[in-house]
Structure formats: C-alpha cells, structure tokens
Design a protein around this ligand. Sequence first.
Ligand code: FE2
Length: 328
Amino acid sequence: MAVRASILVADDDETSARFLKRLLTKEGHDVSVVGTADAALSSCQNDPPDLVLVDLVAPRGHGFDVCRRLKDQGATRFIPVVIVTAQGDRVDRLRGIEAGCDDFLTKPFDSTELHARIQSLVRLKRYTDELESAEAVILGLGATIEARDPLTNGHCQRLAHYATRLGRSLGLDDTDIGALERGGFLHDIGKIAVPDRVLLKDGKLDPHESRVMRKHPIVGDSLCAGLRSLNNVRPIVRHHHERLDGSGYPDGLRNSEVPLLAQIVSIVDVYDALTTERPYRAARPAAEAFQVLSEEADKGWRDRALVDAFVSIANEAEPRTQSPTPNP
Ligand SMILES: [Fe+2]
C-alpha cells in the first residue's frame, strides 16, 4: 500500500516547484513549497516533514548547503533529503553524498521512479521514527527512577558526566562514549521494578529486600533488550555491580569478563554515592571516596589503573554540586 507523506519542496523556480507539487499532491502527499534555504531549514525545525526534495541549483544555489545543514542538526538529521538535479553529473552526485543526501532525482521526472523512491525513503523514515520513539520511552523510564526519589536529584546526570570524561581520558571511541553517556542515565533503570518501601527505605536493607534490590541489573537489561540501538548500553546496565574477583552481581563475572564500560560506570557510581548526602549519613569528602575506591582495588574488586585514571580526572574536575543520591 502506498504511504502518504508530508513533503517539503525547496525550489525557487516556480514552474518546477508547481509541477512537482501537482505531481506529488496527485499521489496523495501533503506538499509544501519554500523558495529559500533559510525557509527550508526553519520549516524543517518547526514542522519536520517526512521528506525534503531540494533542487541542486535552487533555492538560490544553496541545495547542498540546505542538505548539509539539515544533516548537521540533531533534530533534523533523520529527515530524508533528495537532491534534484537537471543533469546526472558525477561531481554533483559526489558532492551530494558528501553533504549527506539520501537519494537523487534527475529532471525531467519519471513519475514511476519518483513514486518508488519517495515510497522507499518514507518507509525507512517511519521505521526510524518508531525506533526513536521506543528509545525515548526507555530514556523516559530512566528519568522516572530519579523522579520517584527526590534524593536522587542529578545522580544520573553526574554519572553520565564523569563516565564520559573518564572514557575520553582513556581514549575510547565515540561509540563507547555515547554508550557511557546513555549508561549513566539508564544503569539503574531496573529499579523501576523495586517497590518504594525498598527503594526509599531509610536505612540498611534486610536480606529479602537486598535480594529484590539486587535484581535491578537483570530487570534493566531485559527492559533494554528490545532495542538494537541500546545494544552497547546493555552490558553497562547488567554488569555495573560486578567485581573483578567474582564477588559482585548478578553474574559473578571475573576480571576481563566484566565489560570495561560497566567497570567505568561502576567506579563513578560508587564515587557519586559516597560523596553525596544520604538520609542516614553526611556526604563524604572526595579524598575519602578515592580512598574507598583504592581499598576496593586492593581487595581485587576494581582495576587499579582505572581507579587511578578516575582519581586523576576527578581531581581536576570543576567544583561539583552536592546533592543526595540513592542506594547504589
Ligand atoms: Fe545499580
């Protein structure tokens, strides 16, 4: 079945724009036309279409520029952009690919080809939209963990901040840094299944409550399991309470079995938990938290080099705001 789409045509040639609009409207699409690069960009920001058709030499000779700017901005980069050319020039095509365009159309239009290309790009865009909204739901769930407990204010944000700084100092690539940032926000998402009387308990957990709490990495992992885009975050969610000597949970992994990104989040999680106030104790100074991490490295729980790398970046960190945090 044909997919109906909202399409933005960016072309300052009135005849060509009118022709394209008539052709696409006849196919059931909702078509808007703009004549300048700025109008195309602001239209995409204010009311993102399913697809943009931009003429190579128009609007006002900025076809590549429109494409590049749309692909550079987070809010518009997944909108498919088709560059319309009057001639099948190889150099123009290469420039278009460099600018990030998704496809080309050559004038004069072949209506069957136009139909097929638009259908394929719009279908792809719909899949991306679905994935994006599923991911937004998961990230929203992560935020609800903090919202449930007023004492957690800023914990996830600080974790994402410290974990990515530590990752960068270790020379990790952008994919790992992105995973660390999301892992900072999502690591405790499984606490959504922990009842308030346990999550918000003012004091030590009894053995049964402890068992309930210790399930949160497994619950969190299964929550993220449905989304391929969170594949590199799952090891952080599942293993951020493991210890290198095998005494952690949930899987009792040892040494290099514990994923590096999970080790990083684990170190910053402990640091943040110690240096923020709890209902039953005051925040401890950074030097004491470093000492605890160092002792944990001595006991074989943590990698000594990672702890040292964290201490060195935390020492040069900007002054942190003190806010309370939950049981790790
Ligand atoms: Fe946790």
